[in-house]
Design a protein around this ligand. Sequence first.
Ligand code: ADP
Length: 298
Amino acid sequence: MIEARGIAKSYNDHQALKSLDLKIEKGSIFGLLGPNGAGKTTFIRIINQIIAPDKGELFFDGEKLSGKHIGRIGYLPEERGLYPKMKIGEQLLYLAQLKGLSKAEAQKRIHYWLERFELKDRVQAKVEELSKGLAQKVQFIASVIHEPELLILDEPFTGFDPVNTEHIKAEILRLNQEGATIIFSTHRMESVEQLCENILLINKGEKLIHGKLHDVKNQFKEGWYRIEYNSAWQAPEKSDWKVEHLPSRDGIFAYRVNLNGGPRKDLLDQLNASELISFQEEIPSLNDIFIQSTSGNE
Ligand code: ADP
């Protein structure tokens, strides 16, 4: 859906993006990650053609990105851009028409979305009269009303309580199942783990990690296993395994074992099935990977 080749952007003498290459597959949910100042918003603004790159090329669905693609992109910016004094219905109508919808079509879709988000009775309310969560829902509607093929969401869960967060997540998944490609920029690693198949982690304008979430996690595994046992367990003598005793509770003995690159079967062979309560490979969380990759890089 999007291909970037050598995208670079500087503000005065500060290089915010340094020759970024990447591909975002059609129909995927793509996590754009990185600490504050990494260059995420700069990249998103370049796709939205709010700013132009100094160097490099961008392709949208195989064509060089240009003004004609704007109507196929939806953008939920982190800084919300609703008019506080305008009524919700009028505001959505205005924004939908800016995206090229006819008045009749816009009204039909506004009705559909307001009903979906249980906001129908607030159509005459002004944005400034809404709670943060409701205003956020209106902004979400504004970004999807023209049924964009590419939807860019910058911190979409800010301002939502847990119930509404789940509601929005379900909407994002539904739009993706209906064919939309989604770029999702956030600091919340747990929502990335739930939603994204592919991720790009950038820091200081440079790519650190790019790939399928599953492959990235495998790449960061350090070969640790956790076992819980009904009795005390001991690693075989003379093995070069590392064993850590974890605090035992309720008569359960727990260990972390690292096989020094040896096959997992060697450990399973050392376990007595009638004593074993659980066996688990340690898979790093995206949060761990994020911290490990970006720390020491200050
Ligand atoms: P992120 O969205 O990952 O937090 P940004 O793309 O907003 O990162 O910013 C990348 C870098 O560029 C930061 O160091 C930021 O201070 C700088 N920057 C962003 N926008 C501007 C601007 N309009 N003028 C000058 N510097 C900017």
